[in-house]
Design a protein around this ligand. Sequence first.
Ligand code: XMP
Length: 319
Amino acid sequence: DWTMGAYREQALQAIRDQVGDQKVICGLSGGVDSSVAAVLIHEAIGDQLTCVFVDHGLLRQGEAEEVIGMFRDHYNMPFIHADEKELFLSALDGQSDPETKRKIIGKLFIDVFQKHASDVGGAKFLAQGTLYPDVIESVSFSGGPSVTIKSHHNVGGLPEKMGLSLVEPLRELFKDEVRALGRELGLPASFIGRHPFPGPGLAIRCPGEITREKLEILRRADAIYIDQIRKHGLYDEIWQAFVAILPVRTVGVMGDSRTYDFACALRAVTSVDGMTADYYPFSHEFLGETATRIINEVQGINRVTYDITSKPPGTIEWE
Ligand code: XMP
């Protein structure tokens, strides 16, 4: 008889068996997966675990504060806030290819974790919130030949070079099971219900070249969009919602002057596990009100579109 309570006990024991008395660092992204992994591992081995939260300059508005508030202040875990904005953003400067962006970000994550593994006094393990769909999507697609659609940086042999072994206690779980485990572990509902957020962050929501200006515009638009979704009581019905800033400026008119600003796309999908998805059928009123707010409140955007592509043939993220 399989219950989450039993799974938890089994997982705690498996972590203790794997890790022994060694130190572990856990990459925290602020997403549900890495949060649940961190809380589970902390329960298993206490302060042998240090969480490393890497601020790569590609986070959403207010994200760093929320994560720090939760793990450092509420859970009181050993916690490193690695402010690496300059490192990541300068390495991404001028890059526009999606896989190149992921590779640069993945490599820098390794460098940063490695640095902190030695700071922490020789951590031997790196913990990640890898889920079952991450494992299969990176191996094959629909049982066909092995094709990598997107090289999620948080999957696969990356730590071989690092001399760290992986601890991946969620590797057999789907998202809904991770959320159930998070509830079992007592994580606040507001955290468990959060939409997924990709490791490469806003880099893959900024197709084409990433600039600090575009990132700032994107953060503002995204915050308004999510605020609208919450105000209309739709957040929990949606698997994931975000804004992508498009690599194109378009002509508009504000008052009696011409504007030449960025276009953006709103994305919202329903899904069970992220493997397939349908676009969310917002009302025209919602879309109109949201577009008006974004254009009025965000300097730098003068056109808003809604992405009505499902997965497949689209993917959830734009890159
Ligand atoms: P796609 O865009 O492939 O996304 O349909 C499926 C789910 O995975 C997330 N995603 C990523 N997560 N690193 C991550 O940690 C990545 O490189 C990455 N790419 C996509 C995406 O946000 C969605 O939840």
